[in-house]
Design a protein around this ligand. Structure first.
Ligand SMILES: [Zn+2]
Length: 355
């Protein structure tokens, strides 16, 4: 889940909604100095060819400008342009997100270095699979980094306690880890677009969420961020299923299918769920196609959750906010996720004894 109520903290410590540009409790206006700094950051990033950092600095500048001002309009246009370039895959891979430069990430860097050298040895051994390993190492790095955030780790442990009490520690741990991977999918995509957000926070018994500090500027980036969670979740579910075939432990199969089910649930296109974000970039005809895919997936799987997805999609077909220019990639991602997750959640699982 992603929550999109951006908040902004005044220097006096008051939390303000982003649309308020002067603080009601201390009367301060955001400093013009900070704006100049951000624009200078953006210029430096631009000189280095860094799209993500440039977008990140400009998004922060947008927060400090009244929405009806000329500067806001100019900067927003540039952010949209950058967002499209990032979406087209033009951002350099080597770009270090600005937040990594903060001093409190020293500890996580240390952990990453160790993990990095271990990954290096494996890469040497399996040099043929180098491409896949590099891909996995990048994802693994982010997954480790996420655990270094204290809110994430603390709420994750609380959540684990709740699921542990309900289903025992093995299943509880499996569910918590699959939710975590899902959330880190959102985090990875938010970083890719330079959108500031909190670390994932678990809501014991309910799942987890990432709170956005900045509104996505285009429907496409909103859709990419929304669907990245289920995409990573699908990856986790497939990896868990492979682990099941290797170990033949029924509990692992149960974790894989429940993980797929949770991710499918998140694709219901209503409210703040990931599915609603995924639908934002789809044109009306594309929404009908998505509905047809949901209906077609129901036939072989009889997955009851698909009825819920279908109802949500049906409403979205008549929503007034559908863009005229569709988003083919968004439709393929959404439809592919529905089919894959519905099939995975329906895989017959050997009976598991739950305490
Ligand atoms: Zn999500």
């Amino acid at each position: 889940m992603v929550d999109a109520n951006p908040i902004y903290e005044c220097e006096c410590g008051t939390q303000l909604p982003a649309q308020l540009l002067s603080c009601p409790s201390c009367g301060r206006l955001p400093h013009a100095g900070r704006l100049r700094e951000l624009v200078a950051d953006a210029d430096r990033a631009r000189a280095r060819g860094e799209l993500r950092n440039q977008a990140a600095a400009l998004r922060s500048a947008l927060e400090l400008l009244p929405a009806d001002s000329r500067q806001h309009e100019v900067i927003r246009a540039r952010v949209v342009e950058l967002s499209e370039m990032i979406d087209a895959g033009l951002a350099p891979k080597s770009e270090t997100p600005l937040e990594d430069a903060s001093p409190n990430s020293e500890k996580s860097r240390h952990v990453l270095l160790k993990a990095g050298s271990a990954a290096g040895i494996i890469a040497m051994l399996f040099w043929k699979f180098k491409f896949i390993l590099v891909f996995l190492a990048t994802k693994a790095k982010l997954l480790l980094l996420g655990l270094s955030k204290s809110t994430t780790l603390f709420t994750m442990l609380l959540s684990l306690g709740v699921y542990w009490a309900a289903w025992g520690w093995k299943f509880g741990l499996g569910v918590v880890l699959s939710i975590y991977v899902h959330e880190m999918g959102h985090v990875a995509e938010l970083r890719k677009f330079g959108i500031r957000a909190t670390a994932p926070m678990f809501l014991p018994g309910l799942g987890a969420m990432v709170r956005l500090h900045q509104y996505p500027q285009t429907a496409r980036e909103d859709a990419r961020v929304g669907l990245a969670g289920p995409i990573w979740g699908l990856g986790a579910s497939i990896a868990t299923l492979v682990l099941y075939y290797a170990t033949q432990l029924p509990i692992i199969a149960a974790i894989a299918t429940v993980g797929a089910w949770i991710n499918l649930f998140n694709l219901v296109p209503v409210w703040q769920l990931d599915g609603a974000r995924g639908f934002r970039s789809l044109s009306r005809p594309q929404r009908w196609i998505a509905l047809a895919v949901i209906a077609a997936s129901w036939i072989p799987t009889q997955e009851g959750l698909l009825v819920l997805l279908g109802i949500g999609a049906g409403f979205q077909c008549f929503a007034k906010d559908a863009p005229t220019h569709g988003d083919a990639r968004g439709l393929i991602s959404y439809a592919g996720l529905v089919v894959a997750l519905a099939l995975l959640s329906g895989i017959p699982v050997p009976e598991v004894a739950v305490p």
